[in-house]
Write a protein that binds this ligand. Structure first.
Ligand code: SF4
Length: 261
């Protein structure tokens, strides 16, 4: 069973509990304007320009992004970090891209990791067919589930198609009893106003099993990749946010009874 990935990041500390190995799967049907990993969006291989220096002069080189790997080989790679997982309460996080777009590969990796007693986490925006979702849930300890807006029109304009699917899958996972941390990327001008926050809150309140929320400040990391991929960076000169900028929003979710991580 083969899948397409584009990176493996070891010793990650922001992708779930403890020290984690994060695997980035290729392919995403969305095109969030602020996406940090635009090279992930195409399921196939892409080439990204990289500036190299030779004898004090710069030149561009095209670097291929993405490669095929078998689930068995990937599990072997992940298991090399077992000692760190054990000591820190960490594990593996499958991110992307959208990991649910390669459901059979993901499932094979999850099963392999669980057979080795590795804590498993999926970082998803939920826009995928949902095929195998029930079985994927059985082998997943934690979902980091992106909720970017509760407004279908804004979703369509700045993210893509699939708002209803994202909501349906979130509901299915939450009602099934899987642990879910709702991750909200806070994007200036898109979802940082009080109306947008109230809308997201109202959406989450329709799913009472959801209790944990994490807010992620927008930052411009990755904006240079757009140039290197010949893609348009639609966020212009919007400045990065700092953790402190989110205090008010964090308080709103806390007051509504959510654990804000
Ligand atoms: S869902 Fe994630 S990977 Fe897909 S475009 Fe949005 S930010 Fe990028």
């Amino acid at each position: 069973m083969c899948g397409n990935i584009f990176d493996i990041k070891r010793y990650a500390i922001h992708d779930g509990p403890g020290i984690r190995t994060t695997v980035f799967l290729k392919g995403c049907g969305l095109h969030c304007w602020w996406c940090h990993n635009p090279e992930s969006q195409s399921m196939g291989m892409v080439s990204m320009k990289q500036v190299r220096k030779l004898n004090g002069r710069e030149f561009d080189e095209l670097r291929p992004v993405g490669y095929e790997i078998t689930a068995a080989d990937l599990v072997e790679e992940i298991a090399k970090d077992y000692v760190f997982f054990e000591e820190s309460g960490g594990g593996v996080t499958f991110s992307g891209g959208e990991p649910l777009l390669q459901p059979t590969f993901l499932l094979a990796c999850l099963k392999g990791c669980k057979a080795r007693k590795i804590h498993t986490c999926i970082d998803t925006a939920g826009v995928a067919s949902g095929e195998y979702l029930e079985e994927i849930c059985r082998y997943t300890d934690l979902f980091l589930y992106d909720v970017k807006t509760a407004n279908p029109e804004k979703f369509r304009q700045c993210i893509g198609e699939g708002f209803e699917k994202a909501c349906d899958h979130l509901k299915t996972i939450a009602e099934r009893g899987n642990r879910v941390i709702v991750r909200i990327p806070v994007i200036p001008g898109f979802n940082d106003d009080s109306k947008s926050v109230e809308e997201i809150l109202a959406l989450l309140q329709t799913m009472p099993a959801l209790r944990e929320v994490s807010l992620l400040p927008f930052h411009r990391t990755g904006s240079d990749k757009y140039k290197r991929l010949d893609m348009e960076w639609k966020m212009g000169d919007v400045a990065s946010l700092k953790e402190d900028d989110l205090q008010g929003m964090r308080a709103t979710f806390r007051e509504a009874g959510y654990q804000v991580l």
